[in-house]
Design a protein around this ligand. Structure first.
Ligand SMILES: C[S@@+](CC[C@H](N)C(=O)[O-])C[C@H]1O[C@@H](n2cnc3c(N)ncnc32)[C@H](O)[C@@H]1O
Length: 306
């Protein structure tokens, strides 16, 4: 099962959870905190690899220069900044996220680039403080909430105008990208987990085991959720995106810009970390081509009309 980036995996879990059992909402809050904690590393090491996916969303959404665009779960604003290459000051772009440090970083970048059509705000995509019929195009580059997609999709429908479109990308977690990263990380995981690592493993597990977590393993599950929110025209597109990493270490930098992976690495000894890196380099050596390491990301896009 693929587990690049932020998708919910089925990691083996030691059962040594600390504190009270997590409910899904609390689990989701923990993961969101991680996006805030990792905002700078995410900007440097994840952002460049998600740009082509953001561009694909803009293409599928047929973005126009004068449109009112909303990027939900914008994080450091990858899709919002891409939208700003098309939308000028006759239109507007708002990026929203609950990870405050990521939103702050995105806003600082927009200010230094003098992009006046672009704004960022801390806001829950499941309860948006935006008027009805105030947006033409909603983008979500892996930015859906992990809990409460039904409320988020109903909100998206509410804020969209009559000719509005909603385009989103998700990982297809049923397919493998055939990179041995997760397997190596889990095998080298210390027997006694640090409490924060155990808590995040539990959080992922709690989220994956909700009805919603199970339903969104399949494309049909996503379509059902979107239809239940009142959208009738839902197009699903499955694509493999070849993500090109110039070296095995660039792939590791990408992977360790995700909060739970970074915490796992941190709990290892320096020798353990180097051994992990070395094993990864050796395992992917034969896949290295002229461009570097090409990792096929199985993705699902949904193109939804209001
Ligand atoms: C996988 S990241 C995607 C970030 C960015 N869009 C990208 O392309 O890499 C998911 C983002 O969704 C945000 N998020 C999760 N639940 C949310 C909610 N209910 N409201 C707003 N943002 C949310 C997280 O904080 C995180 O920044």
């Amino acid at each position: 099962m693929v587990r690049s980036g932020g998708e919910v995996g089925e990691s083996a879990c030691s059962g040594q959870f600390m504190g009270a059992p997590l409910d899904p909402e609390e689990a989701s809050r923990l993961l969101i905190e991680g996006y805030g904690r990792m905002a700078r590393a995410y900007d440097a090491n994840v952002g460049p690899y998600h740009v082509p996916i953001a561009r694909r969303l803009l293409e599928l959404g047929r973005i126009g220069a004068e449109e009112r665009v909303l990027d939900i779960g914008c994080g450091i604003g990858i899709a919002a900044f891409e939208a700003a290459t098309t939308v000028d000051e006759r239109g507007s772009i708002l990026g929203i996220d609950l990870a405050e440090p990521a939103v702050r970083l995105a806003a600082e970048k927009a200010a230094t680039m003098d992009l006046r059509q672009l704004r960022f705000d801390v806001m829950d995509s499941r309860a948006m403080t935006l008027p009805a019929d105030s947006v033409d195009l909603v983008l979500s580059c892996f930015g859906h909430p992990l809990v409460g997609r039904d409320r988020c999709f109903a909100e998206v429908r509410r804020v969209l105008g009559p000719r509005g479109r909603f385009v989103l990308s998700t990982w297809d977690t049923t397919k493998s990208s055939r990179v041995p990263f997760r397997e190596i990380l889990e095998r080298r995981r210390p027997r006694i987990l640090a409490p924060d690592v155990a808590r995040l493993i539990e959080a992922r597990k709690v989220i994956a085991s909700t009805d919603e977590g199970r339903a969104t393993q399949s494309g049909d599950g996503w379509i059902r959720l979107l239809r239940n929110a009142g959208f009738s025209a839902v197009q699903a597109i499955e694509e493999i995106h070849p993500a090109v990493f110039r070296s095995p270490d660039a792939f590791l930098d990408y992977s360790f810009a995700w909060d739970d992976n970074e915490r796992e690495l941190r709990q290892m000894t320096p020798e353990g970390r180097e051994a992990l890196r070395q094993e990864f380099r050796e395992r992917v050596a034969e896949r290295m081509g002229k461009e570097g390491l090409v990792v096929d990301w199985p993705l699902r896009y949904f193109v939804v009309a209001r």
